[in-house]
Design a protein around this ligand. Structure first.
Ligand code: GDP
Length: 314
């Protein structure tokens, strides 16, 4: 990519897309396409084809997706599989027809088998059953990976796929019903602190382990890979370390300044026991994360307090 390349960030109002946009803008890329959802509904085949025909982007970051936490995934499984498949088929096919030079697809660490060895290596894809709580989402993301590989093989589309671990940062979803654990706990502890409540409930047992990557690091890796990587092999993007949900809760409570009790609700699902990515492939390419978990949570908490967690829809 050069600074005048025409770049389309699909999903630019979401957590990932907005971070990629910030990263591109700060690096001086000036030709960025960011149509609103009403201008281009990515689940609408004709709208997407029309957009690509008309605008002819050279580079595409496919960060648009229907996303959500463990509860949203189990409440709306049909929406998760359907909308993600629609966006993927529409964008891949339109990109290929419009002669896009390169497309970067955002997958997810939940594509790996539930009981795969940890840390999760890229080659574990499609070697075992998935975690049931987000299987529809994971199947759609796996379809996107296979689509990238297939369009590369059949049409020569330079499509690459990257698998971020659990992400967080400014622009995250803080709705307690649909969010992921990290923003949910920031909000729960913050509201308890303000209300003077002495008890905050954390879902599940607190023992599952998760890895958390700041979305600005992910955006940096995405631009790095767009510029330097071309292969059908998927690439994990993570930090290489995980924490238990209990440890995460204690850390967030400390950052927020909540001093009350933390209780667990084991009637809520734990989900997959552990999700830690092996990041050797990315490290060999020369990239590493820069934002530590505490620092990232502090920065995200400041953003939440300043904005009230308001963001565009994703
Ligand atoms: P997952 O990584 O796909 O399982 O998605 P989540 O981020 O939604 O959940 C991660 C873990 O955090 C699960 O074990 C949840 O039960 C646990 N968790 C604890 N409290 C919360 C909460 O308030 N919201 C969410 N979404 N998860 C929570």
């Amino acid at each position: 990519m050069d600074k005048s390349s025409l770049i389309y960030v699909a999903g630019h109002r979401g957590l990932v897309g907005s971070a990629i946009l910030r990263r591109l803008q700060s690096a001086g890329f000036e030709n960025l396409l960011t149509p609103s959802r009403t201008e281009v509904d990515l689940t609408d085949q004709y709208a997407v084809e029309g957009f690509f025909d008309c605008e002819r982007p050279e580079y595409v970051f496919l960060a648009a997706a229907k996303v959500g936490g463990i509860l949203a995934n189990s409440t709306y499984p049909a929406d998760f599989i359907l909308q993600n498949l629609q966006v993927e088929t529409n964008v891949f096919d339109s990109a290929r027809r419009a002669g896009v030079k390169k497309l970067l697809f955002l997958g997810s660490s939940c594509i790996y088998p539930k009981l795969a060895l940890q840390p999760l290596k890229e080659e574990y894809l499609l070697t075992g059953p998935l975690e049931p709580t987000n299987e529809p989402y994971a199947v759609a993301k796996i379809a996107g990976i296979v689509m990238a590989q297939s369009f590369r093989r059949q049409y020569g589309l330079d499509a690459i796929s990257i698998m971020p671990t659990n992400l967080y940062g400014p622009g995250d979803n803080f709705d307690l019903e649909t969010s992921h654990v990290l923003p949910a706990l920031i909000r729960k502890f913050h509201e308890a602190k303000l209300a003077g409540e002495w008890r905050v409930t954390v879902w599940g047992t607190g023992t599952p382990r998760r890895e958390f990557l700041h979305v600005d690091d992910l955006a940096d890796a995405a631009v790095f890979l767009m510029e330097r990587y071309s292969s059908e092999k998927i690439v994990n993007v993570g930090v290489g370390e995980d924490v238990s949900i209990g440890e995460l809760a204690a850390l967030i409570a400390d950052v927020v300044g909540y001093e009350g009790e933390i209780v667990y609700d084991p009637s809520k699902p734990d989900g997959t026991p552990r999700k830690l990515l092996d990041i050797t492939r990315l490290a060999r390419l020369g990239w590493e994360p820069k934002i530590g978990l505490r620092e990232g949570i502090e920065q995200t908490y400041r953003w939440y307090v300043e904005t009230g967690g308001m963001r565009g829809d994703d």
